[in-house]
Design a protein around this ligand. Structure first.
Ligand code: NDP
Length: 251
């Protein structure tokens, strides 16, 4: 066992939704482990600001819900800059409302952003990885694959689907030399959870409900990201790794 198993030097990683939050932390972590990172989001200005602190990084803006746009952006990058060795499908969104009032348009947007995106970017990148017979795909699911919390049923449904699509990707693409796994974060203080972060009653509930007794910090996802992106996980496939302070196993 050696630390070089975790070394990502010479590898290039595309992290969707890396302008802030969990995606930004994962981009910083993979960069610190030696990878060249490709930053993605919908706003080029935000990505360029992040890129200034990550020497050698690339900016690749696209909307993960746009199947053809994703394909064009990925193909253009591969032709002009070289191989994408690691893909982190992180971009996602949340919408809170009781299910009886949940707007159909919001449900549709959740489906497109949280699950159709994983197919869009996964397929576009995997087509190149399959030719090289190598590649690592990490999908960001959620602890909500194991829980059901009020007001977020459609989000929970999309994240359950991310877990299942991860298993499907692993099954279809292992024979082509790819590994596909998922990380399921618990509760982290990001913009996506702003309403909960601002609510002291929720933080108090979370402190009691989570064995670790607190919110997660986005940097605490980096170890799982590096593990699944590196040679250290060479025989791990189709796995969903919970990073949640234990909330998913706590009654
Ligand atoms: P944030 O809202 O902080 O960040 C979301 C990121 O996704 C931003 O960079 C945003 O960039 C990007 N994004 C959103 N929609 C699109 C799109 N259509 N195309 C391209 N990029 C897009 O969320 P988090 O960091 O909290 O969440 C990241 C992932 O982790 C999500 O999949 C979320 O479901 C998951 N997760 C989060 C948890 C948490 O506690 N925070 C818990 C479990 C899972 P921009 O707006 O600039 O396009």
């Amino acid at each position: 066992m050696t630390l070089s198993l975790f070394d990502l030097s010479g590898r290039t990683a595309l992290i969707t939704g890396s302008s802030r939050g969990i995606g930004l932390a994962l981009a910083q972590g993979l960069h610190a482990a030696g990878a060249t990172v490709i930053l993605n989001g919908r706003h080029v200005g935000h990505l360029e600001a992040v890129a200034r602190d990550l020497p050698g990084s690339h900016v690749l803006p696209f909307d993960v819900t746009d199947h053809d746009g994703v394909r064009k952006a990925v193909d253009h990058f591969e032709e002009n800059n070289g191989a994408i060795d690691i893909l982190v499908n992180n971009a996602g969104m949340q919408h809170r409302a009781p299910l009886e009032d949940f707007p159909a348009s919001a449900f549709e947007q959740l489906l497109k952003t949280n699950i159709f995106s994983v197919f869009n970017v996964g397929q576009a990148v995997a087509r190149h990885m399959i030719k090289r017979r190598a590649g690592k795909i990490i999908n960001i699911a959620s602890v909500q694959t194991a829980l059901a919390r009020p007001g977020i049923a459609p989000y929970t449904a999309t994240k359950g689907a991310v877990g299942n699509l991860t298993k499907g990707m692993a099954t279809d693409w292992a024979r082509h030399g790819l590994q596909c796994n998922a990380v399921a974060p618990g509760y982290f203080e990001t913009e996506l959870n702003e309403a909960l972060v601002q609510n002291p009653e929720f933080s108090s509930w979370l402190g009691q409900r989570t064995p670790a007794g607190r919110w997660g910090k986005v940097d605490e996802l980096i170890g799982a990201g590096i593990f699944l992106a590196s040679d250290a996980s060479s025989f791990v496939n189709g796995h969903v790794l919970y990073v949640d302070g234990g909330i998913s196993i706590s009654l």
